[in-house]
Design a protein around this ligand. Structure first.
Ligand code: NOJ
Length: 840
């Protein structure tokens, strides 16, 4: 716990004070405080001598569009020039690295021409939201008039990562966590495409997602919005989601950049993270987002190494814009802007625009205009900000006259003059159903209890089996837990158009086999539960666990979960059912891991299905799994531990409102399974685990080096890498071609040795030499294979040089560690089937 605000915070406070006294053009500029962007300085800045203004160093890299590819031009077949509406095809063995740089260049040229016609105030307006609830969307950039002439129509920015928030006739897609649990790039892409269509259909320019903070803390309130606890998996999910969304014409927004891993004190905590961990773990999904051509990035509420995320030169300018070569714009999270000078640290847009909701003041707007007029901020920086924003709009083709107008008002959904009730759902429920099934993880299946075969009677137990008494949208922003849980709470939600509960879905299916269906939905009437399940051929008991964003507290959970046990006395409910029925199936709808030790090994519990928060078709998805229409392919996107204390990271609580809470990322690279492996802790179910109704055999592994025609362009860089030498840090050096093109290919056979058609997800883990400081193994590839019984297919997983690199702090580059690098291919992080060594 830091009891004192450190220097950058002092600086922020001073800047706030300065800005609150309306700046005027006559104010002189004071001395530069060089410590501003540093997280480690301990000396106080010199006292002000002459004015109210402090100027933080202006980064020399912040003012030009930064090209991302390392090569002079696209290389056919390997590095194709891509435009968002024609991305590379989905490949579960990614050999294509799309290059969005030419498309950005075209968009930048158009944007520069457009901005050239804007006045200073108009350029500032492009960067400044209109203020909370002053427009139809949760965030709004005002138009420049005349819209059809030299002007520009402005932007509508709307939540959420799983559907269009605060309106109707939209689909409630599966949450990010379920999307990741599919380990299926094609489904992830399709969800992105359909979401993008719905946002565009409603007239939204910017979808505020995907969310890619990692599940470092099992209790983290917003984990379910994101893609789990593994950077590679989260990176692939972010990449495919963004390609899909932007293919449909909506701007994606990668959020929350960065280190926003708990809700408690999120605006008042400093996540203290070392540079290597930042690059290898938390930065990776954002880096993949840049590679997908993401239009915007949202900086987060928290501080990073004692500097607020939205004025953090290190993370915004140096890493995101310089090293990753990000050419879009950075917008603040809502009220996460802390100064006008954040603009020089890389912030391009302030959202929703006002300093505090409804305050009628802004760090940008009038203040930014004055800062430019008095020379505190160079106009070229303002031009860069506005150009980035308008370029993203061109990149997505949102200048097309056919781009729909906003047809709803997020804040007044019942106003008939502002809500056209346009139905954008099409048949998107089909992908919700499929992802719901594909993300359901079969944890236990004794004697092939599932799939169901002619069961004559089923008792459905627990409130989570049925509908919510208040209806699907009875709680504001889904901030309540009654009935089946299909999404968490907070801004990461949308309205359910309907919500098919397990009870409804199973009854519809039961007709086919004349299965008797009964139910008992009271979670606490244990005597009633016991009676209800006795004599039934099978009991299916439902429990859940909810969490969300910290502005809503549900049952004492202030966003983050206060514990890792099932809600509504779920453990007791399960034990009651199991004590009275020897064919008990447990279904869990949960935002994240739970401790399931009280019942997991109970001999009467014959199957466990881990269904996450799968969206509006939750019941239908479950029925597809129960009856074997979808042979389970879901795999855990996090570890389920035996004890909460086994996890390497816990929420940091405490402090006073005056304090900045220090959250030291002491576990470094060792989050989730990396920690369990390194510490030899046996989990209950490991990362990557999930059963199938079939069985699969792995054989014949081979690894080959891949030669690309384009290697010639970067021969020197490649030779350096192969020699284990660092390469220079340059613009886009982390997203450079040579680092990401295929370098090694691992191939192997998989045979379906069981009785069911089904999918297997081979996972490749790289084992770096111990001296490298890496965890024992790290996921670097996966693929999907669908096989009929008896069939053998050859699978391939491609690795790049990046996959075999570690971040070298000294040279600020990606380095091949010295020593032998080996790999395993297997069915989970603890089920290796094949071994090999890279021919380095
Ligand atoms: C704050 C949340 O952190 C962010 O994810 C969301 O997009 C904005 N509010 C707008 O609702």
């Amino acid at each position: 716990m830091a009891s004192l605000r450190l220097i950058p915070l002092l600086l922020s406070a001073l800047l706030v004070a300065a800005q609150n006294e309306a700046p005027s053009a006559s104010v002189a500029i004071s001395a530069t405080i060089t410590a501003a962007a540093s997280s480690t300085s301990s000396a106080l800045p010199p006292p002000p001598t002459e004015s109210t203004y402090y100027v933080i160093p202006i980064s020399p890299v912040a003012f030009t569009p930064l090209p991302s590819p390392s090569n002079p031009g696209p290389i056919p077949g390997v590095f194709p020039s891509a435009v968002p509406n024609n991305p590379p095809p989905v490949s579960s063995d990614p050999t294509l690295v799309p290059d969005f740089a030419p498309a950005w260049t075209v968009a930048w040229e158009k944007a520069k021409a457009k901005i050239a016609g804007f006045t200073l105030e108009e350029k500032v307006n492009v960067t400044t939201g209109v203020g909370w609830m002053n427009g139809r969307c949760v965030g709004n950039i005002p138009p420049v008039y005349p819209i059809d002439g030299r002007g520009w129509p402005g932007l509508c920015l709307e939540d959420s990562p799983l559907g269009v928030r605060y309106t109707n006739f939209v689909t409630a897609f599966p949450a990010g966590i379920n999307t990741a649990a599919t380990w299926n790039r094609a489904l992830i892409r399709l969800r992105g495409i359909y979401m993008g269509q719905e946002f565009v259909g409603k007239g939204v320019h910017v979808q505020l997602g995907p969310m890619m903070n990692l599940g470092k803390n099992a209790q983290g309130g917003r984990n379910w919005e994101g893609f789990g606890a593994e950077p590679f998996l989260a990176g692939e999910a972010a990449y495919e989601t963004i390609l899909g969304m932007q293919q449909s014409g909506v701007q994606a927004c990668a959020k929350h950049y960065i280190n926003n891993e708990q809700e408690f004190d999120r605006t008042q905590e400093s996540s203290n993270v070392d540079d290597r961990t930042e690059h290898e773990i938390y930065g990776h999904p954002f880096m993949r987002s840049v590679m997908a051509g993401v239009a915007s990035v949202m900086c987060s509420y928290n501080l990073i190494n004692d500097t607020y995320a939205c004025e953090n030169d290190r993370t915004l300018n140096q890493i995101l814009k310089y090293e990753y070569g990000f050419q879009g714009y950075i917008q603040s999270d809502w009220s996460a802007t802390h100064s006008t000078m954040g603009a020089t640290a890389g912030l391009d847009m302030t959202m929703p625009g006002d300093i505090a909701f409804g305050s009628n003041t802004s760090y940008f707007g009038y203040n930014l205009t004055q800062f430019v007029l008095n020379g505190t901020i160079q106009e070229s920086r303002l031009d860069d900000m506005a150009t980035r924003i308008v370029a993203a709009w061109y990149l997505l083709g949102q200048d097309a006259p056919t781009f729909p107008n906003v047809s709803f008002n997020a804040f007044y959904p019942l106003d008939p003059t502002q809500n056209e009730n346009i139905d954008v759902m099409a048949d998107h429920y089909t992908v919700v159903h499929d992802i719901g099934a594909a993300s359901t993880i079969l944890l236990k299946n004794v004697n092939n209890t599932l799939p169901l075969k002619g069961v004559r009677s089923i008792a459905m137990i627990g409130s989570d089996a049925g509908p919510d008494l208040r209806g699907p949208n009875g709680y504001t922003d889904r901030g309540g837990d009654d009935g089946v849980l299909a999404m968490g709470w907070g801004s990461g939600t949308d309205n359910f158009p309907w919500l098919i509960s397990p009870l409804e879905a199973i009854q519809a299916r039961a007709r086919q086999d004349h299965t008797l269906v009964s139910w008992f939905l009271d979670d606490f009437d244990y005597a009633g539960v016991a009676t209800a399940v006795q004599g039934q051929e099978m009991a299916i008991v439902f429990v859940n666990s909810d969490s969300g964003e910290g502005y809503i507290t549900v049952d004492g959970n202030e966003g983050d979960r206060k514990n890792l046990t099932a809600w509504h006395g779920g453990d007791e409910l399960i034990l009651t059912v199991a004590a009275n029925n020897n064919n008990t199936v447990v279904v869990v709808h949960s935002v994240g891991p739970l401790i399931i030790e009280p019942w997991v090994d109970h001999p009467n519990i014959t199957a466990i299905l881990w269904a996450g928060v799968p969206g509006q078709e939750v019941g239908n998805s479950l029925v597809s799994i129960l009856y074997g229409v979808w042979n389970p392919t879901g795999r855990l996107p996090y570890t389920i531990a035996k004890n909460a204390s086994d996890y390497p990271s816990q929420l940091i609580l405490g402090g006073t409102p005056q304090d900045i809470l220090s959250i030291n990322y002491t576990q470094g690279l060792f989050i989730d399974y990396r920690w369990f492996d390194a510490q030899n802790i046996t989990p209950r179910y490991e990362f990557g685990y999930g059963l199938s109704y079939s069985t699969f055999k792995y054989s014949n592994v081979e690894v080959t080096k891949v030669y690309n025609a384009d290697d010639a362009y970067d021969a020197e860089l490649i030779a350096n890498w192969e020699a284990g030498k660092p390469n220079p840090l340059t613009v886009g050096s982390t997203t450079a071609l040579w680092l990401h093109t295929p370098a090694y290919q691992v191939s192997f056979d998989v045979t379906n040795t069981g009785d069911y058609y089904g999918g297997e997800i081979p996972q490749l883990y790289v084992h770096f030499p111990p001296e490298s400081g890496e965890p024992p193994q790290v996921l670097k590839g996966f693929t999907n294979m669908n096989l009929v019984p008896g069939e053998t297919q050859r699978g391939t997983i491609t690795l790049s040089r990046y996959s075999l690199s570690i971040w070298d702090i000294a040279s600020q580059g990606w380095l091949k560690p010295s020593g032998t690098i080996t790999f395993t291919v297997g069915a989970s992080s603890r089920d290796p089937r094949l071994h090999g060594t890279f021919p380095l």
